[in-house]
Design a protein around this ligand. Structure first.
Ligand SMILES: Cc1cc2nc3c(=O)[nH]c(=O)nc-3n(C[C@H](O)[C@H](O)[C@H](O)COP(=O)(O)OP(=O)(O)OC[C@H]3O[C@@H](n4cnc5c(N)ncnc54)[C@H](O)[C@@H]3O)c2cc1C
Length: 435
């Protein structure tokens, strides 16, 4: 029997139940399909840092496969086109992959399942679908009731074993991935499981940041405040179960405190957005979300291309937002606090459709995750999981609280010359305020 394993957001050998299942074959073709950008909201291609980090994760996976006599075939194109070709050319009997929310992602699975046997495994969440079904279904529309139920009744699945062996690949030509960019000095993170596990150990050691996490997590810089584990969690180089297990080990050795609990709390947010995205399907990408209405009073929304371009370029009238956007494009990362401020600015100050902002984040974030990204954007815009009417941040207050000395703004060149406030007429021609 010859099988194909399609790696998606699980770029690891350890704790990968789908790969273990696929490995019960005589020959195994391991494939990764290089992601295409969602074809909407004027966005094309991946940002340089996202591309680099992904390339490094794939290289690390390739290196880990070599001692097992296996290789990774990286192909370009849409999965609906390239996977059936591979199945035919290599006479594959069955395709295996891991669960991934998102409507394009689901469309690819539906298409493939109508032509060949496809087996989908769930190893990218803390809990199994059955546990969620028994405990948290119907899924609450907001996070807190979900959290309370799972905290009371569920413990995360333990991580599974590494494959002791893998069947050999069918003969194929494999190519090395080109190295495309270097990490920015401000965030020297490398892709791959080894780098992710080193960061996990560093964050969870006896003096590690986890013991102060609750107080430091809003820091705007990476590696100092929050765990900065998201890039590896998002592409699956780290398994969330392994993070939860390491956290429990840390607590049993050094004691639990509010901060260690809070890291688990954040992992439950990730979990919630995953199950919610699966539930919502295409509504994750709709302007009014799954409910079809917008909470709160704000309903203004236009697409004003100059304002959007200025937000993307970090050229707004808000120095902190500019600094954050420069950080994002240069490093591929932004803190949670920073994302909330930048997203709130786009939605509530500039009045732009939140999906344009989400798409720009998708292009650049090295930790891009469809469920967390679109779910958090919906939350800020008031069309998602927020029990209040979306989150509109007062940027001046946020600046005073999180960058009181202006160090972050100076580091990321947030101060720009004040730009004219363009107004457009009914035909979208710009008119300056003097006219
Ligand atoms: C507009 C917006 C877009 C976002 N887009 C993404 C995205 O594409 N990918 C992504 O992983 N996170 C996203 N987040 C959530 C959050 O900002 C990042 O997970 C976090 O900043 C990553 O840094 P960290 O690993 O140091 O997080 P920590 O604070 O150390 O948290 C630990 C882990 O918990 C999870 N987590 C923490 N906060 C959240 C949250 N609000 N929602 C979901 N999971 C969370 C992440 O896996 C994170 O790595 C977004 C948030 C906002 C407001």
């Amino acid at each position: 029997m010859r099988r194909l394993y399609w790696f998606r957001r699980d770029l690891r050998l350890h704790d990968n139940p789908g790969l273990l299942e696929a490995a019960r074959a005589d020959e195994l073709l391991l494939v990764y399909v290089w992601p295409k950008h969602r074809p909407w909201c004027n966005s094309q291609g991946l940002g340089a840092q996202r591309e680099r980090f992904l390339g490094e994760s794939l290289q690390a996976l390739t290196d880990a496969l070599a001692p097992l006599g296996q290789k990774l075939l990286v192909v370009q194109g849409s999965p609906e086109l390239v996977l059936p070709d591979l199945v035919r050319d290599f006479a594959i009997d069955a395709v295996h992959t891991s669960e991934c929310p998102g409507s394009y992602e689901q469309r690819a699975i539906d298409f493939l399942s109508s032509r060949m046997p496809v087996s989908i495994n769930t190893g990218n969440t803390l809990f199994m679908p059955q546990q969620i079904n028994d405990t948290a279904m119907p899924l609450p529309d907001t996070f807190t009731p979900f959290r309370k139920r799972v905290e009371a009744e569920l413990t995360p699945q333990p991580p599974g074993p590494d494959p002791a062996r893998l069947p050999p690949p069918p003969a194929a030509s494999f190519h090395r991935l080109p190295s495309v960019a270097r990490p920015h000095v401000a965030l020297p993170l490398r892709g791959g499981s080894g780098a992710g596990q080193r960061r996990l150990r560093q964050f969870l050691d006896s003096h590690g940041g986890v013991r102060r996490y609750k107080e430091t997590r809003n820091d705007l810089d990476p590696l100092q405040g929050s765990s900065t584990l998201s890039p590896w969690l998002a592409d699956g180089s780290l398994s969330v179960r392994e993070v939860a297990a390491a956290l429990r080990d840390h607590e049993s050795q050094w004691g639990a405190n509010e901060s260690t609990y809070w890291l688990y709390f954040e992992l439950l947010w990730r979990e919630y957005f995953h199950w919610r995205a699966l539930r919502d399907g295409p509504a994750l990408f709709r302007y009014l979300g799954q409910r079809g209405t917008r909470r709160g009073a704000v309903s203004r929304c236009t697409f004003e291309p100059r304002n959007f371009a200025r937000w993307c370029a970090g050229d707004t009238n808000f120095p902190l937002v500019n600094a954050l956007m420069h950080q994002l494009v240069a490093t591929g990362w932004m803190s949670n606090r920073g994302r909330q401020i930048a997203a709130s600015c786009l939605v509530h100050d500039l009045g732009i459709d939140w999906r344009y902002g989400a798409t720009f984040f998708e292009k650049h974030l090295i930790d891009y995750d469809v469920a967390s990204n679109y779910g958090n954007w919906q939350y800020i815009a008031g069309v998602g999981a927020d029990p209040r009417g979306g989150r509109a941040f007062n940027i001046e207050k946020q600046t005073a609280q999180y960058d009181p000395q202006g160090v972050f703004c100076a580091k990321w060149d947030g101060h720009r010359p004040h730009q004219p406030d363009y107004i457009t007429d009914a035909a979208d021609w710009p008119i300056t305020p003097e006219e």
